[in-house]
Ligand binder design. Structure first.
Ligand code: ATP
Ligand code: MG
Length: 652
């Protein structure tokens, strides 16, 4: 993952611009380009004063003596000496500011069961469970693994840990027993919180059985709390396992929020593993919460009456920052959904938006491309007029997918915020301020105020407009990761060794004439074709822009002549046949869209693509298939093992 000597050639030519509507802008938190510029200039000239002012949006038990201590770089300390509590900020303070009876979480389970928890109710449940954890011997600094379906108790468990100063490590409920054991052992968790199972496309995923297997290999774990979600049979080990409902039965509902140091470790979260072995990213209390809350307010323009829905899983950082911590810190109503977008039918998301009158909707390009593939009839059958803002995260969004999202879901009236960030950054870094930033399909637009993201060459100098380069962040920011848990050396080597003193994101990007940033995907995925370094995302976007293509993944295959040949895996929209004529047509289409240089050498049709559990295309696995070799790579975060076998068969 190192910055190569050569820059990246950008071939994408997207020129559409969508300025904010006047009515939207005038009511927005950041209402004009002038205000956005003022914030940016202030943050640049006096970052300490800027961040100190923003930090007033949180409740602090004790003030700081220093805003940033960077003397032990790259390990930052933010709001030095201050004390606060994340659960207090997400719950207690709303009980006295008029939100006690406001819905905090609106939840819908896959089978259609629903629950609404007001701030008062959520506060009571969190307090009770926090006391239950204390009763099990969990205290400040202990690690707790959370391996749960998407039920309110997942958020309750997170907040209960935060309340008493335990550090949580949420492991996505779709991961295997081995993945759970690895993460238990890496974090040396004392307790694991799980459920008997969770629903996924009508079936029960046996979470407790996975935990039983994981605990055979997790010597640090002393207790296991089990929520009864599905009434499915489980084995309870006496002395170790305890039902959630029993644990809270005798627990007191009064549990004062522990005053914690601003740098107290809030959570460890393992990255999605798109590029290799997951890293245990460590986030702390004050800076992280400020990043999550401030960006949630600015980027989603959150207002008191919004019904906000982020479709991520709490197992990912998006679920941490934008289902739980950001929205609750802002006193918003956050929707939580347990199931899949196509169960029982392909309109489940649209049904939920209509039912709860969702006004702000945040999802991923992988989902958007699936919706496009399934057809417009599904969203068109629902009233989506409650929506006022749409968001995207996780991968670069192809301009055509952006346009579809804008027109079919947003009815042409909703600004789209394409948000670039990483598990490591804790919060959104590059995104439109929807009342101030004109959007361009496929661009995350500009760094948020206070975020010094830049596109640089190998030497660290800013690249000229429209040239590709490496995305870096020059100054520390409050929600930045503090280290890789237990591995300071890997932290330094991974993020801080390419450019001394500068954070290396491992993503490639281009900056256009207006200073907009176009993230081109991972540096590792860049193709090297006849001496040009091309972004896979740009070739994919050209393919997706063909009316018959739903999704594509582009990788390089070693080629004697060109260095790398361009190999494209293509998924077609429903109703189109995979023919040789279409292959030729797609090759010609790409050449016409972005130039002969990017003309694909191979097109392979495929029903599905290998993705991580969080829905990101795993190009590293496709590279092996394209090259016709067996893979020896880490596949523990792969979503569907069958896909690889299928792709290999197609090959033969
Ligand atoms: P690993 O680091 O283990 O390989 P990962 O990078 O997929 O996994 P995450 O932290 O979940 O883990 O994802 C962050 C990455 O996702 C970014 O570095 C970028 O490549 C991509 N990404 C996220 N949002 C966007 C976006 N809006 N536009 C372009 N790329 C994005
Ligand atoms: Mg990453």
């Amino acid at each position: 993952m190192s910055a190569s000597n050569q820059n990246i050639t950008s071939v994408l030519k997207e020129t559409r611009v969508f300025p904010p509507a006047a009515a939207f802008a005038s009511a927005a938190h950041v209402p004009s380009p002038a205000e956005a510029d003022r914030l940016r200039a202030w943050a640049e000239s006096d970052p300490d004063a800027f961040w100190a002012e923003q930090a007033k949006m949180l409740d602090w038990f004790k003030p700081w003596t220093q805003v940033l201590d960077w003397s032990n770089a790259p390990h930052a300390k933010w709001f030095v000496g201050a004390q606060l509590n994340v659960a207090h900020n997400c719950l207690d303070r709303h009980l006295t500011n008029g939100r006690a009876d406001k819905p905090a979480i609106i939840w819908e389970g896959e089978p259609g069961d629903t629950r609404t928890l007001t701030y008062k109710q959520l506060h009571a449940e969190v307090s009770r469970f926090a006391n239950a954890l204390k009763g099990m011997g969990v205290g400040k600094g202990d690690r707790v693994t959370i391996y749960m379906p998407m039920v309110p108790e997942a958020a309750i468990a997170m907040l209960a840990c935060a309340r008493i100063g335990a550090t949580h490590s949420v492991v996505f409920g779709g991961f295997s027993a081995d993945a759970v054991a690895d993460r238990n052992n890496d974090a040396k968790s004392k307790v694991i919180i799980t459920a008997d199972g969770g629903y996924r496309r009508g079936k029960v995923v046996p979470l407790k059985a996975n935990v039983d297997a994981a605990l055979e290999k997790s010597p640090s774990v002393e207790k296991c709390v089990v929520l009864n979600r599905c009434n499915s049979p489980v084995t309870m080990k006496p002395g170790r396992d305890i039902w959630w409902h029993d644990a809270v039965l005798s627990a007191d509902a009064d549990c004062p929020a522990e005053p914690l140091d601003s740098e107290h470790p809030l959570f460890i979260l393992y990255t999605s593993g798109s590029t290799g072995k997951p890293k245990g990213v460590l986030h702390t209390t004050g800076g992280y919460l400020l990043g999550a809350a401030l960006t949630h307010k600015w980027v989603f323009d959150i207002k008191e009456n919004d019904v906000y829905w982020c479709t991520a899983d709490v197992g990912w950082v998006t679920g941490h920052s934008y289902i739980v911590y950001g929205p609750l810190a802002n006193g918003a109503t956050t929707v939580m959904f347990e199931g899949a977008p196509n169960h029982p039918k392909e309109d489940r998301f649209w049904e939920i938006i209509e039912k709860y009158k969702v006004s702000v909707f945040y999802t991923a390009p992988t989902a958007i491309r699936a919706f496009i593939k399934w057809g417009d009839q599904w969203p068109k059958g629902h009233d989506l007029s409650s929506l006022r803002l749409l968001g995207s995260v996780g991968e670069p969004i192809n301009p055509e997918a952006w346009m579809w999202y804008h027109e079919v879901i947003g009815g042409g009236r909703c600004p789209i915020v394409d948000t670039w960030w990483q598990t490591e950054t804790g919060a959104i870094m590059i995104a439109p301020l929807p009342g101030a930033t004109p959007t361009k399909p496929g661009s995350a637009t500009k760094p948020l105020p206070g975020i010094s993201a830049e596109v640089v060459d190998k030497q660290g100098n800013p690249v000229p407009a429209n040239a590709g380069g490496f995305l870096v962040v020059k100054q520390p920011w409050p929600s930045m990761m503090r280290t890789i848990y237990g591995d300071d050396e890997r932290y330094k080597a991974t993020y801080w060794s390419n450019y001394p003193g500068i954070y290396f994101t491992a993503d490639g990007a281009r900056r256009d004439d207006d200073g907009y940033i176009w993230v081109m995907g991972r540096v590792d995925d860049v193709l090297n074709v006849s001496g040009h370094r091309l972004s896979t995302m740009e070739v994919e976007s050209a393919l997706v822009n063909h009316p018959k293509v739903a999704e594509s993944a582009v990788v390089g295959r070693p080629d004697d002549l060109k260095g790398e040949a361009i190999c494209c895996f293509v998924t077609l929209k429903q109703g189109h046949a995979p023919t040789d004529e279409l292959k030729a047509e797609l090759k010609a289409h790409v050449a016409k869209e972005i130039g002969a240089l990017a003309r694909p050498d191979d097109i392979r049709f495929s029903e599905t693509l290998p993705k991580t559990r969080s829905g990101k295309i795993m190009r590293r696995l496709l590279r092996d298939i394209a090259a016709g070799k067996q893979s020896t790579q880490d596949t523990t975060t792969l979503e569907d093992y069958g896909v690889l076998a299928k792709l290999r068969e197609d090959e033969e």
